[in-house]
Design a binder for this molecule. Structure first.
Ligand SMILES: *Cc1c(COP(=O)(O)O)cnc(C)c1O
Length: 397
């Protein structure tokens, strides 16, 4: 048995089968490249669903983490620490908002935003107790908690987890009239992915995010942008809402905020929104810990230069230009922005991701027929071109 077979067998036998990973076992990584336990190298065209936007073991991020590891890593929010104030100040500034509520995973940050919207709805907007509603969109992906899967429209994500949390209304993504019809005096928030990642990199029709913004403003409702996957440089701008010059009331951030090193998430909004929380009303033992804040601060500093956004813009244009030239008998449609693409195939995407793996490129199908491409933003143009050559070969079978 090879090392790969041995390790895969252990995973198969003792890990719950809630994922269907490609049959590769990673041993180390650097930049856009992964090396498996057999010493084979692969170009990472997934980047942990955008959590590794800055590349594997980015030297600046590793150095920031190492400096902090030598000082203090966890105190809980019972005590303040010297990375916390600077982190929340710098992240608030990056978002153009007043306040930050740090958490760990993306799902926790989404939960925090939902609690924020409800509490704000009752205490500021004046919605009668127990009546708050939040609007979400078909095809959404916001995480895996029982409340979040309550408004999922994906049977795999939702089925057998009831009873479900009430208080959500779901409308088609991109449908302004349906959104308008679903809004009323009880609506405290509209939770939206500016581009739906998990659903297959679905870009909404032009003008939709603006329309959502206008409807939310007219109705006195919070526009809550889940930028966990779309934000922090992925689409060629710091936030994907910038493509329509939209400023949401609430940003939800995660994934790349932890620099590919650890889970770091946050909800960011103005004081009239996040100010609803008083001591004891929400929290997290690990949220805003010193190590997370030190890494998050370095991520923010790297984003402030604009170089990653610029790379995503320039290389993303090249990526979409090349994908757009793939023959239509191989590819049905290509969606996305920046270094982010959903390649819609005529048949199943799994065999293509398996062939790609054999060719030294790691990408992953999402749902049945979509291949999602999201390389680290540090990928080189030659590397990207090489990966696209392999994709063409894999598509041709
Ligand atoms: C990944 C993701 C989440 C959930 O983040 P976790 O860290 O896996 O809990 C939520 N929203 C979006 C848009 C995501 O892509």
């Amino acid at each position: 048995m090879t090392a790969t077979e041995q390790l895969r067998a252990m995973s198969e036998e003792h890990s719950a089968h809630n994922y269907h990973p490609l049959p590769i076992v990673v041993a180390d990584a650097e930049g856009a490249w992964l090396t498996d336990v057999e010493g084979r190298r692969y170009l990472d065209m997934l980047a942990a669903y955008s959590a590794v936007n800055f590349g594997h073991r980015n030297p600046r991020l590793v150095a920031a983490a190492q400096r902090q590891l030598e000082r203090v890593t966890l105190v809980s929010r019972a005590f303040d620490h010297d990375q916390f104030g600077p982190f929340v100040t710098e992240l608030a500034a990056l978002c153009g908002k007043d306040m930050v509520l740090p958490m760990n995973s993306g799902a926790e940050a989404v939960e925090t935003a939902l609690k924020t919207a409800r509490k704000w709805g009752y205490e500021v907007k004046g919605v009668p107790a127990g009546e708050a509603s939040i609007i979400t969109f078909e095809g959404n992906f916001h995480g895996r908690t029982t409340t979040i899967v309550s408004f999922s429209t994906d049977p795999d994500a939702k089925d057998s987890y009831g009873p479900y949390t009430p208080g959500f209304r779901t409308v088609p993504y991109g449908d302004v009239d349906a959104l308008k019809a679903a809004m009323d005096a009880s609506t405290v928030g509209v939770l939206i992915e500016p581009i739906q990642g998990e659903a297959g990199v679905n870009v909404p029709p032009s003008g939709f995010l603006r329309a959502v913004r206008e409807l939310c403003s007219a109705n006195g409702t919070l526009m809550i942008a889940d930028e966990i996957q779309s934000g922090l440089g992925r689409t060629g701008t710091t936030f994907a809402v910038e493509h329509e010059d939209v400023v949401p009331d609430v940003y939800i951030l995660g994934k790349a905020l932890g620099g590919g090193i650890m889970p770091v998430s946050a909800v960011v909004a103005d004081a009239d929104v996040l100010g609803v929380f008083k001591p004891g009303q929400h929290g997290s033992t690990f949220g805003g810990n010193p190590l997370a804040c030190a890494i998050g601060r370095e991520v923010i500093a790297m984003l402030k230069t604009g170089e990653y956004q610029e790379r995503s813009r320039a290389l993303g244009a090249h990526l979409h230009d090349r994908l757009g030239r793939l023959p239509s008998d191989l590819v049905r449609e290509v969606r996305g922005r920046g270094l982010w693409a959903g390649v819609e195939l005529h048949g199943r995407a799994r065999p293509v991701s398996e062939r790609l793996m054999e060719l030294g490129v790691l990408a992953k199908e999402t749902h049945e027929t979509t291949l999602r491409l999201a390389p680290p933003l540090v990928v080189g143009k030659d590397e990207l071109d090489w990966a696209l050559d392999q994709l063409e070969a894999a598509l041709k079978g």
